[in-house]
Design a protein around this ligand. Sequence first.
Ligand code: NAP
Length: 256
Amino acid sequence: MALYPMNPTKLLILGGTTEASALARALEHDTRFAAVMSLAGATKNPATPPIPFRVGGFGGVQGLADHIVAEHIDLLIDATHPFADKMKHNAAEATRIAGVPMLAIRRPQWEPEPGDDWTAVPDMGAAADALGEKRKRVLLTIGQKELAPFKNYPQHAYVIRAVDAPDADSLPPDAEVITARGPFAEADERRLLSDRGIEAIVTKNSGGSATQAKLAAARALGIPVIMVARPAVPEVESVETADAALDWLERWLAAG
Ligand code: NAP
Protein backbone atom coordinates (compact mmCIF):
# COMPACT_ATOMS: atom_id res chain seq x y z
CA MET A 1 0.00 0.00 0.00
CA ALA A 2 1.50 3.35 -1.01
CA LEU A 3 1.39 5.81 1.90
CA TYR A 4 2.71 8.71 -0.15
CA PRO A 5 2.26 9.91 -3.73
CA MET A 6 4.82 8.91 -6.35
CA ASN A 7 8.38 9.78 -5.36
CA PRO A 8 7.92 12.15 -2.46
CA THR A 9 11.23 13.45 -1.14
CA LYS A 10 12.28 11.31 1.83
CA LEU A 11 13.37 13.62 4.57
CA LEU A 12 15.04 12.61 7.82
CA ILE A 13 14.71 15.24 10.56
CA LEU A 14 17.06 14.90 13.53
CA GLY A 15 14.89 16.35 16.26
CA GLY A 16 14.48 17.06 19.92
CA THR A 17 13.88 20.81 19.53
CA THR A 18 11.08 23.32 18.99
CA GLU A 19 12.41 23.89 15.45
CA ALA A 20 12.11 20.18 14.63
CA SER A 21 8.56 20.13 15.99
CA ALA A 22 7.63 23.22 13.96
CA LEU A 23 9.06 21.62 10.83
CA ALA A 24 7.11 18.43 11.47
CA ARG A 25 3.86 20.36 11.90
CA ALA A 26 4.49 22.27 8.67
CA LEU A 27 5.27 19.11 6.70
CA GLU A 28 2.59 16.88 8.21
CA HIS A 29 0.18 17.29 5.30
CA ASP A 30 2.69 18.17 2.60
CA THR A 31 2.54 15.17 0.28
CA ARG A 32 5.63 16.29 -1.61
CA PHE A 33 7.63 15.04 1.35
CA ALA A 34 7.75 11.83 3.34
CA ALA A 35 9.30 13.20 6.50
CA VAL A 36 10.44 11.04 9.41
CA MET A 37 11.50 12.46 12.76
CA SER A 38 14.37 10.91 14.68
CA LEU A 39 14.48 11.34 18.46
CA ALA A 40 17.37 10.30 20.66
CA GLY A 41 15.11 8.91 23.38
CA ALA A 42 16.81 11.23 25.87
CA THR A 43 13.60 12.43 27.54
CA LYS A 44 11.15 10.04 29.17
CA ASN A 45 7.94 11.48 27.72
CA PRO A 46 8.75 13.38 24.53
CA ALA A 47 5.93 15.13 22.72
CA THR A 48 4.70 12.73 20.04
CA PRO A 49 5.60 14.16 16.61
CA PRO A 50 2.72 14.57 14.12
CA ILE A 51 4.77 12.70 11.49
CA PRO A 52 6.22 9.18 11.51
CA PHE A 53 9.10 8.92 13.97
CA ARG A 54 11.80 6.62 15.25
CA VAL A 55 13.54 6.66 18.63
CA GLY A 56 17.14 5.88 19.62
CA GLY A 57 20.69 6.27 18.36
CA PHE A 58 21.82 4.97 14.99
CA GLY A 59 25.10 3.51 16.22
CA GLY A 60 27.50 6.29 15.32
CA VAL A 61 28.47 7.76 11.96
CA GLN A 62 28.42 4.52 10.00
CA GLY A 63 25.10 3.49 11.56
CA LEU A 64 23.51 6.73 10.43
CA ALA A 65 25.08 6.47 6.96
CA ASP A 66 23.73 2.91 6.66
CA HIS A 67 20.28 4.07 7.80
CA ILE A 68 20.26 6.85 5.20
CA VAL A 69 21.06 4.38 2.44
CA ALA A 70 18.72 1.60 3.66
CA GLU A 71 15.77 3.99 4.07
CA HIS A 72 16.47 5.77 0.75
CA ILE A 73 16.69 9.13 2.51
CA ASP A 74 16.99 12.01 0.00
CA LEU A 75 17.70 14.83 2.45
CA LEU A 76 18.67 15.19 6.09
CA ILE A 77 17.79 18.15 8.27
CA ASP A 78 19.78 18.47 11.46
CA ALA A 79 17.41 20.22 13.85
CA THR A 80 19.13 18.99 17.01
CA HIS A 81 19.81 21.21 20.01
CA PRO A 82 22.85 23.54 19.82
CA PHE A 83 24.55 21.43 22.54
CA ALA A 84 23.95 18.09 20.77
CA ASP A 85 27.38 18.37 19.18
CA LYS A 86 28.08 14.66 18.79
CA MET A 87 24.99 14.17 16.67
CA LYS A 88 25.80 17.25 14.59
CA HIS A 89 29.25 15.89 13.76
CA ASN A 90 27.79 12.44 13.07
CA ALA A 91 25.18 13.92 10.72
CA ALA A 92 27.73 15.94 8.76
CA GLU A 93 30.02 12.94 8.33
CA ALA A 94 27.26 10.39 7.64
CA THR A 95 25.62 12.50 4.94
CA ARG A 96 29.04 12.97 3.33
CA ILE A 97 29.57 9.19 3.31
CA ALA A 98 26.05 8.49 2.02
CA GLY A 99 26.25 11.31 -0.56
CA VAL A 100 23.04 12.96 0.64
CA PRO A 101 22.56 16.74 1.08
CA MET A 102 21.94 18.11 4.54
CA LEU A 103 20.76 21.35 6.04
CA ALA A 104 21.26 22.38 9.65
CA ILE A 105 18.97 24.62 11.66
CA ARG A 106 21.29 26.66 13.86
CA ARG A 107 19.31 29.00 16.04
CA PRO A 108 21.12 32.22 17.02
CA GLN A 109 22.69 32.25 20.44
CA TRP A 110 21.59 34.62 23.18
CA GLU A 111 23.51 37.87 23.45
CA PRO A 112 23.78 39.99 26.62
CA GLU A 113 21.68 43.15 26.81
CA PRO A 114 22.22 46.32 28.84
CA GLY A 115 21.63 45.47 32.49
CA ASP A 116 22.73 41.84 32.14
CA ASP A 117 25.43 40.50 34.44
CA TRP A 118 26.77 37.52 32.51
CA THR A 119 29.97 35.56 32.93
CA ALA A 120 30.80 33.55 29.81
CA VAL A 121 32.49 30.20 30.47
CA PRO A 122 33.65 27.51 28.02
CA ASP A 123 32.17 24.44 29.72
CA MET A 124 30.30 23.09 32.73
CA GLY A 125 33.46 22.60 34.83
CA ALA A 126 34.31 26.28 34.42
CA ALA A 127 30.70 27.19 35.24
CA ALA A 128 30.84 25.34 38.55
CA ASP A 129 34.19 26.96 39.33
CA ALA A 130 32.84 30.42 38.52
CA LEU A 131 30.27 30.16 41.34
CA GLY A 132 33.08 30.93 43.79
CA GLU A 133 33.86 29.83 47.32
CA LYS A 134 31.08 31.67 49.16
CA ARG A 135 27.83 29.73 49.61
CA LYS A 136 25.11 30.77 47.13
CA ARG A 137 21.66 29.66 46.16
CA VAL A 138 22.06 28.62 42.51
CA LEU A 139 19.54 27.80 39.81
CA LEU A 140 20.89 25.20 37.35
CA THR A 141 19.01 25.03 34.04
CA ILE A 142 21.49 22.78 32.26
CA GLY A 143 19.55 19.54 31.84
CA GLN A 144 20.00 16.51 34.07
CA LYS A 145 23.13 14.91 32.65
CA GLU A 146 25.90 17.39 33.38
CA LEU A 147 25.64 17.85 37.12
CA ALA A 148 28.92 16.12 38.02
CA PRO A 149 31.08 19.28 38.26
CA PHE A 150 28.70 20.81 40.80
CA LYS A 151 29.24 17.91 43.22
CA ASN A 152 32.76 19.32 43.62
CA TYR A 153 31.24 22.55 44.98
CA PRO A 154 29.00 21.22 47.78
CA GLN A 155 28.99 24.55 49.64
CA HIS A 156 26.20 25.84 47.37
CA ALA A 157 22.46 25.19 47.58
CA TYR A 158 21.19 24.16 44.15
CA VAL A 159 17.77 24.36 42.56
CA ILE A 160 17.91 22.11 39.49
CA ARG A 161 15.24 22.53 36.85
CA ALA A 162 15.14 19.90 34.12
CA VAL A 163 12.60 18.11 31.93
CA ASP A 164 13.32 14.78 33.65
CA ALA A 165 14.53 14.27 37.21
CA PRO A 166 18.28 13.56 37.43
CA ASP A 167 19.56 10.30 38.94
CA ALA A 168 19.68 10.75 42.71
CA ASP A 169 23.38 9.84 42.84
CA SER A 170 24.26 12.62 40.37
CA LEU A 171 22.96 15.33 42.70
CA PRO A 172 25.09 17.65 44.85
CA PRO A 173 24.24 17.29 48.57
CA ASP A 174 22.01 20.37 48.90
CA ALA A 175 19.74 20.11 45.85
CA GLU A 176 16.09 20.70 45.11
CA VAL A 177 14.80 19.28 41.81
CA ILE A 178 12.03 20.90 39.79
CA THR A 179 10.85 18.98 36.73
CA ALA A 180 9.31 21.26 34.12
CA ARG A 181 9.25 21.66 30.37
CA GLY A 182 9.31 25.11 28.69
CA PRO A 183 8.20 27.47 27.38
CA PHE A 184 8.42 29.54 30.55
CA ALA A 185 6.88 33.00 31.09
CA GLU A 186 8.91 35.86 32.55
CA ALA A 187 6.50 36.45 35.45
CA ASP A 188 6.80 32.79 36.48
CA GLU A 189 10.58 32.93 36.18
CA ARG A 190 10.72 36.03 38.38
CA ARG A 191 8.58 34.27 40.96
CA LEU A 192 10.82 31.20 40.90
CA LEU A 193 13.97 33.30 41.33
CA SER A 194 12.45 35.40 44.13
CA ASP A 195 10.73 32.58 46.01
CA ARG A 196 13.89 30.45 46.06
CA GLY A 197 16.19 33.39 46.87
CA ILE A 198 18.34 32.57 43.82
CA GLU A 199 21.70 34.40 43.75
CA ALA A 200 23.16 32.97 40.53
CA ILE A 201 21.92 31.09 37.46
CA VAL A 202 23.92 28.62 35.39
CA THR A 203 22.60 28.00 31.89
CA LYS A 204 23.77 26.82 28.49
CA ASN A 205 23.63 29.38 25.69
CA SER A 206 20.82 27.47 23.99
CA GLY A 207 19.23 30.45 22.26
CA GLY A 208 15.58 30.45 21.23
CA SER A 209 12.54 31.89 22.93
CA ALA A 210 11.24 28.92 24.95
CA THR A 211 13.72 29.27 27.81
CA GLN A 212 14.80 32.89 27.35
CA ALA A 213 12.47 34.42 29.95
CA LYS A 214 14.80 33.47 32.83
CA LEU A 215 17.38 35.86 31.35
CA ALA A 216 14.95 38.79 31.38
CA ALA A 217 13.90 37.85 34.91
CA ALA A 218 17.55 37.71 36.02
CA ARG A 219 18.19 41.12 34.43
CA ALA A 220 15.19 42.63 36.23
CA LEU A 221 16.24 41.18 39.58
CA GLY A 222 19.97 41.88 39.18
CA ILE A 223 20.91 38.20 39.38
CA PRO A 224 24.20 37.13 37.74
CA VAL A 225 24.12 34.51 35.00
CA ILE A 226 26.93 32.08 34.24
CA MET A 227 26.54 31.38 30.54
CA VAL A 228 28.08 28.20 29.15
CA ALA A 229 29.28 28.70 25.57
CA ARG A 230 28.19 26.40 22.76
CA PRO A 231 30.39 23.54 21.64
CA ALA A 232 32.08 23.69 18.25
CA VAL A 233 29.92 22.27 15.48
CA PRO A 234 30.76 21.35 11.88
CA GLU A 235 30.56 23.92 9.09
CA VAL A 236 27.56 22.92 7.00
CA GLU A 237 24.86 24.75 5.07
CA SER A 238 22.54 26.20 7.69
CA VAL A 239 19.57 28.45 8.37
CA GLU A 240 18.38 29.95 11.65
CA THR A 241 14.70 28.98 11.83
CA ALA A 242 12.21 26.30 10.85
CA ASP A 243 10.56 28.77 8.44
CA ALA A 244 13.88 29.35 6.71
CA ALA A 245 14.35 25.58 6.47
CA LEU A 246 10.94 25.34 4.75
CA ASP A 247 12.01 28.04 2.28
CA TRP A 248 15.21 26.08 1.67
CA LEU A 249 13.13 22.95 0.97
CA GLU A 250 11.02 24.88 -1.55
CA ARG A 251 14.15 26.03 -3.33
CA TRP A 252 15.56 22.50 -3.25
CA LEU A 253 12.38 21.11 -4.86
CA ALA A 254 12.29 23.93 -7.44
CA ALA A 255 15.90 23.22 -8.39
CA GLY A 256 14.67 19.71 -9.17
P1 NAP B 1 24.57 14.23 21.50
O1 NAP B 1 25.48 14.21 22.67
O2 NAP B 1 24.95 15.05 20.34
O3 NAP B 1 24.34 12.76 20.94
C1 NAP B 1 24.60 11.59 21.70
C2 NAP B 1 24.09 10.41 20.92
O4 NAP B 1 22.66 10.38 20.99
C3 NAP B 1 24.40 10.47 19.42
O5 NAP B 1 25.70 10.00 19.16
C4 NAP B 1 23.30 9.62 18.85
O6 NAP B 1 23.58 8.24 19.04
C5 NAP B 1 22.13 9.93 19.75
N1 NAP B 1 21.27 11.00 19.21
C6 NAP B 1 21.32 12.34 19.46
N2 NAP B 1 20.34 12.98 18.84
C7 NAP B 1 19.65 12.05 18.16
C8 NAP B 1 18.50 12.08 17.34
N3 NAP B 1 17.84 13.24 17.10
N4 NAP B 1 18.07 10.90 16.81
C9 NAP B 1 18.70 9.74 17.08
N5 NAP B 1 19.78 9.64 17.86
C10 NAP B 1 20.24 10.78 18.40
O7 NAP B 1 23.10 14.63 21.94
P2 NAP B 1 22.51 15.03 23.39
O8 NAP B 1 23.11 16.32 23.78
O9 NAP B 1 22.61 13.82 24.28
O10 NAP B 1 21.00 15.30 22.99
C11 NAP B 1 20.12 14.22 22.72
C12 NAP B 1 18.87 14.77 22.09
O11 NAP B 1 18.25 15.70 22.96
C13 NAP B 1 19.12 15.49 20.77
O12 NAP B 1 18.17 15.01 19.83
C14 NAP B 1 18.92 16.95 21.07
O13 NAP B 1 18.31 17.65 19.99
C15 NAP B 1 18.00 16.91 22.29
N6 NAP B 1 18.27 17.99 23.23
C16 NAP B 1 19.52 18.15 23.74
C17 NAP B 1 19.76 19.19 24.65
C18 NAP B 1 21.14 19.42 25.20
O14 NAP B 1 21.30 20.37 25.99
N7 NAP B 1 22.15 18.63 24.83
C19 NAP B 1 18.72 20.04 25.02
C20 NAP B 1 17.45 19.85 24.47
C21 NAP B 1 17.23 18.83 23.59
P3 NAP B 1 24.27 7.34 17.87
O15 NAP B 1 25.68 7.81 17.80
O16 NAP B 1 24.10 5.97 18.38
O17 NAP B 1 23.51 7.62 16.61
